[in-house]
Design a protein around this ligand. Structure first.
Ligand code: FMN
Length: 234
């Protein structure tokens, strides 16, 4: 099982440990690919909208983004981690996610997403895991990932070294339970109810659209004439 971990922070604190504990229970070290933000990607979307209107390759940050995109596409499980910063994910994580607007279901979703599972991981000193995890989950869900788990932990500390053993042990148990669930669920093509509804609506819209990047993509995939990325080819 291939796992990609994209950390919304550069350091190996509580959040990294939570994500790493889970990744290690899912697969062997050589099958884990890891990125740190902003170290591995630090650009902000400049709003040129070329990714939407022309091609993702026209993004001024394409060369730097592409290796991360490739690793995400190759993974069976995507883990996104972020410490809670003022009740949300970090700016680095948000800046990276902004670069994938073109991949949302309404634009040009990647077919591979429909057979992946994902986990959003956050830690906070006290509160804000729900909203930080939602920041990351929203993107994964609109990319088409059918199964997304959340792992939020209030570590009651600002550094991993100071986190109580009881909290670390609880995290160990929770990651073990989650890893078991992910492994047993396996890799199958599927789509959430929300994706199916959105896909149906967009297939009608793109069928009638002119030759924009999105319309051409949908027509080439056959999605405007009934094909679906989560269905096996007959
Ligand atoms: C800029 C900043 C904002 C933070 N905002 C919150 C917050 O809104 N709620 C909270 O409980 N903790 C907040 N914290 C604390 C961290 O979320 C918490 O210590 C987290 O476990 C740190 O994870 P790390 O060790 O991976 O960096 C904040 C920390 C920083 C540096």
């Amino acid at each position: 099982m291939k796992v990609v971990v994209v950390n919304g922070q550069n350091h190996k604190g509580s959040t990294w440990h939570a994500g790493h504990m889970l990744a290690q229970k899912l697969t062997s070290d050589e099958d884990i690919t890891e990125f740190f933000l902003p170290r591995d990607f630090s650009d902000f979307c400049c709003g040129c909208v070329k990714c939407f209107t022309e091609s993702e390759e026209r993004c001024p940050h394409y060369e730097k983004l592409h290796p991360i995109t490739e690793a995400v596409d190759a993974a069976d499980v995507i883990i996104l981690t972020s410490p809670v910063y003022v009740y949300h994910c970090t700016g680095s994580m948000k800046a990276w996610l902004d670069h994938y607007g073109w991949r949302w279901l309404v634009h040009r979703p990647e077919e591979k997403m429909f057979s992946k599972q994902a986990v959003v991981v956050s830690t906070a000193a006290g509160a804000g895991m729900k909203s930080a995890n939602k920041d990351m989950k929203d993107s994964l869900s609109f990319w088409g990932v059918p199964r997304i788990y959340t792992l939020g932990t209030a570590v009651m500390e600002v550094s991993w070294d100071g986190v109580k053993d009881s909290i670390k042990e609880k995290l160990d148990r929770r990651t073990a339970k989650l890893a078991k669930k992910i492994i047993s669920s396996g890799i199958k093509k599927r789509a959430s109810f929300k994706s199916r509804i959105l896909f149906f609506a967009m297939s009608k819209i793109h069928a009638g659209s002119e030759n924009g990047a999105d319309g051409s993509y949908w027509r080439e995939k056959g999605w405007t004439s009934g094909k679906r990325p989560w269905k096996q080819e007959k």
